[in-house]
Write a protein that binds this ligand. Structure first.
Ligand SMILES: *Cc1c(COP(=O)(O)O)cnc(C)c1O
Length: 424
């Protein structure tokens, strides 16, 4: 067959873009060569509806083993009693959990999207906001922090069936113990969506939700540094609270209900090539070097937040506990959109982001979100961070000056030449 030069030319260009720029999108990372090799393998050819040992197709003896390896490694990594590694993405993982735990019209309580929450936690444009009745908690205006007394007040008033914690743009750790107390008080299920910090949580760098939350979902491609995908976990299995029974008359365990909500509930065949790559990534995350990586990610983020503050930028909540920060640019007279566009011209990638109590639209926004997982994978350390913030400051303070932007781009390209895409 003729080589598809149109696509492979674009892949080459994308490789060049990733290699020559500074990647600060908090949800992105660079996978290792072996994660990519597993993803680009013949495992993609196999249909394997069902679970290892219980499939609807023949010829699953090998993918049974690789999926089981993924499951076993994920359990070890998170100290989980049960996991399902089949969700195609973080959104799919959340869809399956909600299908398993809620009926249409049930109330859910999530973290406000404009304060750092995620679309799948009840946004009106998402299935979660269309099928269920959402209410939201947010951060306090002065501190930029979640006030758990306030979460409790809203929970007592709204009596949701499910409380969702976890975020896409919250730079502080979560109090899962307190949230569980609140959930128990209103008899809600507590879901932690750790999509962003999951790699840091896996290796004990942040609080662990698994002992406290009923169900935990995550993506596998953010700080966890695996292939694009999702996963559902439980620290301990439990009988379903609605008294649903098996054909034999026994109370169904939550694990069985969640498995069924993934397939056939919301998905067809699992992506066995991606699951093989997940197994590789979990193996990498269990290594000593991944702990060092996680610690370096947080160190780099901390220094970056301080460098921004030193230059007069307003970092929401005044700093970070994890891998990211949210910067309110209103004091600097530039919108998130303008900042994102100018930075891209200098080969620095961030995303514009709503900040708490934003007065601009989601297409403009007053802020940017900045994260260190990707640059840390490339091997950037403490000493590199002030330089990066200098370059970003130069771009944002001269965002209409094309000459300055071109000069910064040159420096960025020169700087990144020294680093492999995957240094760990
Ligand atoms: C990224 C993210 C998701 C969605 O993951 P996708 O793989 O893009 O579907 C869900 N929840 C949170 C909190 C996230 O940050």
């Amino acid at each position: 067959m003729k080589r598809d030069t149109a696509i492979f030319k674009l892949i080459k260009e994308e490789l060049h873009r990733q290699t020559s720029g500074i990647e600060l999108i908090a949800s992105e990372n660079f996978v290792s060569a072996q994660v990519m090799e597993a993803m680009g393998s013949v495992m993609t050819n196999k249909y394997a509806e069902g679970l290892p040992g219980k499939r609807y197709y023949g010829g699953c003896e090998i993918v049974d083993q690789s999926e089981q390896l993924a499951i076993d490694r994920a359990k070890q990594l998170y100290n989980a009693a049960w996991v399902n590694v089949q969700p195609h993405s973080g959104a799919q993982a959340n869809a399956a959990v909600m299908l398993a735990c809620l009926n249409p019209g049930d109330k859910i309580l999530g973290f406000d999207l404009s304060h750092g929450g995620h679309l799948t936690h009840g946004s009106p444009v998402n299935f979660s906001g269309k099928l269920y009745k959402p209410s939201f908690y947010g951060v306090e205006k002065e501190s930029g922090l979640i006030n758990y007394d306030n979460v409790e007040k809203i929970a007592l008033k709204e009596k949701p069936k499910m409380i969702i914690c976890g975020a896409s743009a919250y730079s502080r750790d979560w109090d899962y113990v307190r949230l569980r107390k609140i959930a128990d008080k209103v008899k809600a299920l507590l879901l932690a969506d750790i999509s962003h910090p999951s790699g840091l949580i896996a290796r004990g760098i942040l609080n662990d939700p698994l002992p406290h939350c009923h169900i935990v979902t995550t993506t596998t491609h953010k700080t966890l540094r695996g292939p694009r995908g999702g996963m559902i976990m439980m620290g301990q299995d439990f009988p379903n609270p609605w008294g649903l029974k098996t054909p034999k008359g026994e109370i169904k365990m939550m694990s069985a209900i969640l498995d069924a909500a993934v397939f056939p509930g919301t998905q067809g065949g699992p992506l066995e090539h991606v699951i093989a790559a997940k197994a590789v990534a979990y193996g990498e995350a269990l290594s000593d070097s991944f702990v060092k990586y996680g610690i370096q990610v947080v160190k780099n983020a901390n220094i970056m937040a301080n460098e921004f503050i030193k230059r007069g930028y307003q970092v929401i909540s005044g700093g970070t506990d994890n891998h990211l920060m949210l910067i309110d640019l209103r004091s600097k007279n530039i919108t998130g959109k303008e900042a994102e566009n100018a930075l891209v011209k200098a080969d620095i990638t961030v995303n514009k982001n709503m900040v708490p109590f934003d007065d601009k639209s989601p297409f403009v926004t007053s802020g940017i979100r900045v994260g260190t997982p990707a640059i840390t994978t490339r091997g950037l350390k403490e000493r590199d961070i002030p330089k990066i913030v200098d370059l970003m400051d130069m771009v944002m303070m001269n965002h209409t000056n094309e000459k300055k932007l071109a000069a910064v781009k040159k420096e960025v390209n020169k700087m990144m030449k020294q680093y492999d895409l995957f240094a760990w």
